[in-house]
Design a protein around this ligand. Sequence first.
Ligand SMILES: [Zn+2]
Ligand SMILES: [Zn+2]
Length: 268
Amino acid sequence: MKMFDSHVHSSFSGDSETDTNIACVTAIDKGLAGIAFTDHLDIDYPNFDIKFLIDFDEYSKTMDGLKSSFSSRLKVLKGIEVGLQPHVIDATGEVVKKYDFDFVIASIHVIGGIDPYYGEYFRCNPDKKTAFNRYLSEILNGLNNFDDFDVIGHIGYIRRYCNYDDKSLKYDDYSDILDSILKGVIEKGKGIEINTSGYRTLGTPIPDLDIIKRYRELGGEIITTGSDAHTPEHIAWNFAEIKKALSDIGFNYIAHYENRKPVLEKIT
Ligand SMILES: [Zn+2]
Ligand SMILES: [Zn+2]
């Protein structure tokens, strides 16, 4: 089947140095049919050193150039990963509207003004349950207040950076709020992203397989696969394994987005 990596960062993101041409060549080498660049837009990101803001005129022009120069070998898609904090939702929507993106991932990277990437977030919360519940509530809030996106990114992002012995975010422990999120996604006609970066450090995808299974049980059909690569060697990370795992769960298709519409590829 044609596989797409729908979550790749380049040097347009404040936390990546990947050259866009090298990313495209790597994607071809790894046998992908397409790649979506999803560089960060995190307005009012609470860190002075790393600004997750992009010159979108330049970004858009570069993406259009890549689309045409690779057109016979690789489908290049112009995506964006927007970080939703409650007070930046309107400003984020303005950027999304202004450019002809193929694909928009909505992610939560900042909770109550702190990115869990920094240990401070876990010191501010008394226990894992509180820390994880606050994160999930923030996703639900984003989902309820923002419509101009295609998939919710990496549900379980917080697992990457927590220092608990057990870094899992299991469906059974957060079932009520996870059901609200997953049902909300389905009702809105959106999808969820299966982020394989989890395999690099946690041994499971983000979200974990039991949550993906629950999404399917609830009637969820739209899933995209993304490596969240910030360096070329991580592109298409564990894609053979995830394809099998998704098929075992009962999915027949994996989607990617072109012109903000899901294109379904049958899993074979
Ligand atoms: Zn992210
Ligand atoms: Zn990302």
